[in-house]
Design a protein around this ligand. Structure first.
Ligand SMILES: Nc1ncnc2c1ncn2[C@@H]1O[C@H](COP(=O)(O)OP(=O)(O)OP(=O)(O)O)[C@@H](O)[C@H]1O
Length: 342
């Protein structure tokens, strides 16, 4: 069974601290929605609200049209049909892997519970360890058991809170890929909370960026990255140059040239461009302040007229410090933002 989760204008405060501020988001069945944002922005609180571990102050959360949280409604955690996976795995140390996975299958007869738990352990390639205890497993294996346990009761949604942060390097990517593949196959709606930009960009079918309790933008990862709707959202996914501009008649006038800005309101604004979308040319509009090796690319910092500071990320032979340079910006990779100083 698959169901869409709708989060509608959800708000949660702890005392005077607004942790989640009127957040709205949909989680599509069979897809991974990544919730990305800096520490303290409210990601875990939103996940806990969806799980039913917290009560919301206002707004509504529905799954398949059924209200889980809303005015006068709070379906208890165990009746939500939602699977949870946390960073610390939260396995029961005194239970075997089989017992851990069977834990949430209370409604089934004993033989069925065992069969279902074994089936899930097989899916995560740990059936041969069914009678082992969690402490003998590696971190990656424990995470796979936690996933098997979350999926065993056939949840309609799966919520994962930084589930891979305890794993490092190549293992992290392997475990993540296998886990998300399995979740997608089940058709459950999936929310993956992370503060790791690379993880979010790679793993997400849909990416939601959160800042100070608000979801600023949602979309395909490449769209949010290349077409951010605000400077704040842009910065959450990596460095971006903000070039002061005066906008008139669909053209942005800047200290480094004129660029198309059709549809942007006239007046003061800023052009946003990622460092890798700044191409260096011969010219003398800018001065190279520093050049740093960044593994496969070079980070070049430039200064220009009116105190302009720009960063370019380039391949090939970089310029030398102190030299002059020009830049070329691909009009298709420019974003136009308002002028507020954020
Ligand atoms: N139980 C609580 N009581 C009081 N304040 C809380 C509680 N839970 C969260 N907060 C506050 O709400 C805000 C959001 O916290 P939350 O844990 O949701 O952020 P987060 O984005 O998940 O952060 P992290 O990535 O560090 O886990 C923070 O300012 C936090 O201190």
């Amino acid at each position: 069974m698959t169901a869409e989760v709708h989060i509608d204008q959800v708000r949660k405060a702890y005392g005077s601290r607004l942790a989640v501020a009127d957040a709205s988001q949909s989680l599509a069945p069979g897809a991974v929605t990544c919730l990305l944002g800096p520490s303290g922005c409210g990601k875990s609180t939103l996940l806990r609200l969806i799980a039913g571990l917290e009560r919301l102050d206002s707004g509504r959360i529905t799954m398949g049209g059924r209200t889980l949280s809303g005015a006068g409604v709070h379906v208890p955690v165990e009746r939500r049909r939602i699977g949870l996976v946390f960073q610390d795995f939260a396995l029961f140390p005194h239970l075997t892997l089989l017992q851990n996975v069977a834990f949430g299958l209370g409604g089934l007869a004993r033989a069925e519970r065992r069969a279902r738990a074994l089936e899930l352990l097989e899916r995560v390639h740990l059936a041969d360890r069914a009678n082992a205890y969690p402490h003998v497993l590696s971190g990656g294996e424990q995470q796979r058991v936690a996933l098997a346990r979350a999926l065993a009761p056939r949840p309609e949604a799966v919520l994962l809170d930084e589930p891979f942060s305890g794993l490092d390097g190549a293992l992290r990517e392997t475990v993540r890929r296998a886990a998300l593949e399995l979740i997608r196959e089940t058709g459950a709606a999936c929310l993956l909370v992370t503060h790791d930009v690379d993880e979010a960009l790679m793993a997400a079918d849909a990416l939601a960026v959160m800042h100070q309790g608000r979801i600023l933008q949602t979309g395909a990862p490449q769209d949010v990255y290349q077409r951010p709707t605000s400077a704040e959202a842009a910065r959450l996914l990596g460095p971006i140059n903000l070039i002061p501009a005066r906008i008139a008649d669909g053209v942005a006038f800047t200290a480094v040239g004129e660029f198309p800005a059709s549809g942007a309101p006239a007046g003061a604004g800023r052009l946003g461009v990622r460092p890798e979308d700044v191409a260096l040319t011969t010219g003398n509009a800018l001065r190279v302040r520093s050049v740093r090796f960044a593994g496969g690319r070079w980070t070049v910092e430039l200064t220009g007229p009116d105190g302009l500071e720009l960063r370019a990320s380039v391949t090939g032979t970089p310029p030398r410090e102190g030299e002059t340079a020009g830049i070329r910006l691909d009009p298709g990779r420019l974003s136009v933002f308002g002028s507020e100083k954020n």
